[in-house]
Design a binder for this molecule. Structure first.
Ligand SMILES: Cc1ncc(COP(=O)(O)O)c(C=O)c1O
Length: 332
């Protein structure tokens, strides 16, 4: 693992630093749905057999995403690491702040990376070969309309450029996904999807990339025959088909993020709310992180700009505990 990039979910580190046992933390450091889809027992035959592309994962995923040009990958992280090696030297604009793995891997592959804000895209797109953004953005929750995205894709595709949209956090708003517009992916449009966030199954390492078939073939060759395990494919197909759970989960995420926003709004201004987290730019972010950690609440801290991201508490008990800790221990 690349140690220079910080991620949430690092509870072992939190536990070591603050001397609080793993099981006593309220972990708000990720954007992962804390009420995961509940996997059934996995039959021994699923553990035994090698993964096969002909199982029903792809047909279920096509139904769920509304798009046919999909490649299952071991988490959208795999696409993040592979795509920079599928293009010659390019000028890539990456809307920032963003998930830090994106600029890291494009820089590793030797491309010119230009970090830009969402407001600068229209002014700079003429000079770019690739534009990469996250919709809705992690960490600040910025959302883009489909019309804006399609306009940028049109400009880039005309000159053999790419628009890459990371939709890791879009499942609770399926109509906002570019995949809702394309049964077959047009040239130059690449969309990343994750099973980790909405389904809360980050540990099984499953995601999808949607792109034109030629690029999917290239990526499939890069990752080899057994990159996604059979248990991950088997569980992924069940989760993607479970419409009742998906509807309940959309309602849960809305309710829980509203409740989190309400609690935080007594203490902070300028809260960016998304269905999976609340992002709070704050000059004293480091002190906030430390004061909460001393009480067993682990949040994600950012330095550029200084900010805290609060993931969703998993139940009312955690919400109440957060409320009490903020009111008794936050000293700014
Ligand atoms: C915006 C974004 N994209 C992609 C990923 C990678 O997700 P995964 O590889 O679990 O699908 C993350 C993980 O936090 C993320 O925040």
């Amino acid at each position: 693992m690349n140690k220079t990039i910080k991620h949430g979910g690092n509870l072992y580190e939190a536990s070591d630093l603050y001397g609080i046992p793993l099981e006593d933390w309220i972990d708000l450091s990720t954007g992962i749905n804390p009420r995961s889809w509940q996997p059934p027992e996995i039959p021994i035959s699923v553990w035994q057999r090698l993964p096969e592309a002909e199982d029903d994962l792809l047909s279920v995923a096509t139904q769920y995403y509304g798009c046919e040009d999909l490649l299952p990958i071991a988490g959208s992280q795999v696409a993040i690491q592979s795509l920079p090696y599928c293009r010659q030297h390019s000028r890539i604009g990456i809307v920032s702040p963003c998930y830090a793995e994106h600029p890291y891997w494009w820089e590793q592959a030797g491309h010119d990376v230009i970090r830009l804000s969402s407001g600068e895209i229209d002014g700079l797109i003429e000079g770019l070969d690739v534009l990469l953004l996250i919709n809705p953005n992690n960490p600040d929750g910025t959302q883009y309309t489909l019309e804006k995205l399609l306009g940028w894709h049109h400009l880039l595709a005309k000159k053999d450029g790419w628009l890459i949209v990371d939709e890791a956090f879009i499942d609770s708003r399926p109509k906002q996904s570019l995949l809702s517009r394309f049964k077959c992916m047009p040239k130059g449009l690449i969309v990343l999807r994750s099973i980790g966030k909405f389904f809360g199954l980050a540990g099984i390492r499953l995601g999808f990339i949607a792109a034109e078939p030629l690029l999917l073939t290239q990526l499939a060759q890069r990752q080899g025959p057994w990159a996604v395990s059979h248990p991950a494919r088997w569980l992924g197909a069940l989760a993607l088909a479970d419409q009742q759970w998906q509807q309940q989960t959309c309602a849960f995420l809305v309710k829980q993020s509203d409740a989190l926003y309400q609690i935080l709004s007594d203490y902070f201004q300028n809260i960016h709310q998304s269905h999976y987290f609340c992002y709070v730019p704050h000059p004293q972010a480091e002190q906030i992180k430390h004061q909460l950690a001393e009480q067993g609440v682990w949040v994600r801290y950012f330095e550029k700009p200084y900010a805290i991201r609060f993931g969703l508490p998993k139940n009312d008990k955690e919400l109440t505990k957060l409320l009490i800790i903020l009111s008794c221990f936050l000293r700014l």
